[in-house]
Design a protein around this ligand. Structure first.
Ligand code: NAD
Length: 363
């Protein structure tokens, strides 16, 4: 290791010595595109990420990890993937020896994120992980630690943080365009008609607060720019035969921030809702929809219009290119594991508050 560092320094590649990844060591040449392996070929990988990876400029679909041999066949044909870049959950760790794969993107049910992020990091790959990052703060920390130990970067798939309409509203709030923020109302929900999916299984990471709830939390945290200090919450269901044993179909919470700002968040598998409304001392900001795959738009006091249009799946392509660019240039990830952990910490507090009926402090 020491002699390799000396060689890199002598070769004038000091920056490259910071990260010992195949990316920087392969032939001493920096790649201009990263090879991505998708883990879990369900809805999001199939309908959004793989199509987006046909548009990306800084990364491309290089491999897959699936437990279903028929899917492997289909994907190899459709995306022209070599058999050597196709893994299953048992032989996944051999990905360590595959120079085509720079980043592993974990797109599995939330209960499986911890295991696959850690296995990917141990295999010497950078990792992107879908939201919600994991089930507990402890799991999130384990994932962060594993990536750090292996000198691999970790990003959470919060696509909106890379998105131009979201960036514009965050900037105008930070610039004080509507003054000191008083209240935030944010809602994320859709009618989920599946009844036996992982979203209805607690042990797989089900429950709406984990799934759609993190969007409403992101809205509250991005709008205020703060972390909540206390909260109260209520959870309910109109379909008790499906949402049972403490599994929430609808969650509402009231978060109090250090500045005194208050956020009311709502998330549901029984209602189509998608908005962010912010009231400040000098005006208002409204985004609706605020978290869709396309069509995100809004307006703010002073005649400000927020409307940068694009088509599905540009948002996912933009997120992956942005993350790839940060890896290629060895910069800190814009949406790191710590950001996912912050949300999961609050999600856990919301479940505690709903169960106890008491206010929960987050200090
Ligand atoms: P999905 O159910 O459609 O796909 C899950 C995949 O995991 C399937 O291929 C399934 O075969 C595989 N799997 C492996 N082991 C499994 C097990 N024990 N039980 C169930 N499935 C198993 O789910 P999805 O909608 O693609 O969601 C996957 C991840 O992507 C989740 O974390 C979800 O929150 C996230 N997601 C993010 C967005 C976004 O906009 N960022 C959108 C949709 C989903």
């Amino acid at each position: 290791m020491a002699s390799r560092r000396i060689f890199l320094q002598q070769a004038g590649l000091v920056a490259a010595s910071v990260a010992y990844s195949p990316l920087t060591l392969a032939g001493w040449q920096k790649k201009d595109r990263l090879g991505i392996a998708l883990v879990g070929l369900g809805y999001y990988s199939t309908d959004l990420l793989a199509p987006a990876l046909q548009q990306t400029k800084k990364c491309y679909l290089a491999g897959i990890v699936t437990g279903t041999p028929s899917k492997a066949e289909q994907w190899m044909k459709k995306y022209n993937l070599p058999e050597k870049n196709v893994y299953n959950y048992q032989n996944f760790d051999q990905i360590a020896n595959n120079k085509d794969i720079d980043v592993v993107y974990v797109v599995l049910p939330p209960s499986m994120h911890r295991e696959y992020v850690i296995r990917a990091a141990n295999a010497g790959k950078h990792v992107w992980c879908e939201k919600p990052m994991a089930i507990t703060e402890r799991e999130c920390q384990d994932m962060i630690d594993a990536c750090r130990k292996n000198k691999q970067k970790l990003a959470i798939g919060y696509r909106l943080q890379h998105e131009p309409n979201t960036k514009q509203y965050v900037k105008l709030l930070r610039d004080g365009k509507i003054g000191k923020i008083k209240t935030v109302n944010c809602a994320a929900g859709y009618v989920e008609n599946r009844t036996n999916h992982w979203k209805q299984k607690k042990e797989l990471g089900g429950g709406v607060m984990y799934d759609m709830g993190v969007y409403s939390l992101q809205g509250a945290r991005l709008a205020t720019g703060e972390e909540p200090i206390s909260l109260t919450a209520e959870q309910s269901t109109s379909r008790p035969e499906i949402y049972k044993n403490g599994l929430d179909e609808t969650s509402v919470a009231r978060l109090v921030f250090p500045s005194g700002a208050v956020a009311n968040i709502r998330t549901s598998f029984g209602q189509n809702v998608n908005y962010l409304k912010v009231v400040g001392e000098k005006g208002t900001l409204n985004m609706e929809p605020y978290s869709a795959y396309a069509g995100v738009k809004g307006e703010a006091t002073g005649g400000i219009v927020i409307d940068h249009p694009y088509q599905v799946p540009w948002q996912q392509a933009n997120q992956m290119d942005d993350d790839a660019d940060h890896i290629l240039n060895n910069r800190a990830m814009p949406v790191p594991g710590e950001e996912g952990l912050k949300d999961i910490r609050i999600v856990e507090a919301i479940y505690r508050a709903a169960k106890s009926g008491q206010s929960v402090k987050l200090t």
